[in-house]
Design a protein. Sequence first.
Length: 373
Amino acid sequence: MRGSVKIGTIRGIAIEVNVSWLIIFTLITVMLATSFFPLNYPDWDPTLYWIIGALMAIMLFVSVLLHELSHSLVAIKNGIEVKRITLFIFGGVAQIETEPDEPIKEFKIAIAGPAMSLFLSLFFSALASLATASGASEYLIVPLTYLATVNLVLAIFNLVPAFPLDGGRILRAIIWHYKGNLRLATKIASNMGGFFGYFLMFSGIFIALSGDIVGGVWFIFIGWFINQASQASYQQTMVTDIFKKIKIKEFMTTDVIVVEYHKTLQELVDEYFYVYKFASFPVRRMDEIFGVVSVNDIKSIPRDRWQETLVTEIARPLTDDMEISPDCTVTSSLNKLSKNGLGRILVMEDDKLLGIVSNTDVLNYIRIHSELQ
């Protein structure tokens, strides 16, 4: 997410804070220090209003982080990679690399977050009870009680069956399990998300007209976000479904330009890069494709050595990320295209070059396929 700063790593997952988090941090701190504390605890020192308010705002986002971390750790346990967790204005989001391929996995990952929030609510509630029983200061009891309450609210809110909230994912997993249709399950859960988003927006308008402008605007903002996210999630699911069905052989380019290994770099530039305008080419030695050469590979070679340096000297040997079977899906090709850094991937079968696929080929095919469907 743009405008995010990495603050640490947990179990290989990068933890980031987005600049928008500062907005909600400030709002919560100001609300507590200027409204909640003065009204409920007028005898406190005004300086403590701000100190405890800021600490409570930080602890709220620690709770959100633990919520998202629970999702992430369960996802990793189920074989799904998680790159980062980002705290932002609406709470937190875990960047899970791929969608679960089974409803049971979806259910486990989705339920983990609310379960953690419920656990934290019970934990802070128990600490507050112990602090009260031991005669501890209000300065300790109040924050613990607050954290118990907000974590309970966080658990309940996320369990609303509206996609992309956790409850919506749980609903999708259940429908997916019984109907065996991910697209149908996503459509139903996303529609619920849209309805819930509109409900929050209309509630926000009513709250604003009742006099609480800030609270009303916040409800409208959250409702709009959920509504947009639910629509985007359904569209993404449909595209992913298409990706999993289309085979590479359906749109690969079969007339592949191949560079012979004995060409010099000057010949490579003049006869291939300038003529065909591709950023990389497969390299052939005898009848075997043994590597790939790209513009970036040439950049490290001084121009005065181009006449004497052969392609075979700088060509990168083929790796798994550079080749793919013609029967593989678009999803597989996109994963490899994102990793090899070439923007192209060779379609190989039994060590024979059948074709080539680029990022542009994939996008153009998907665009045409979607329009025709």
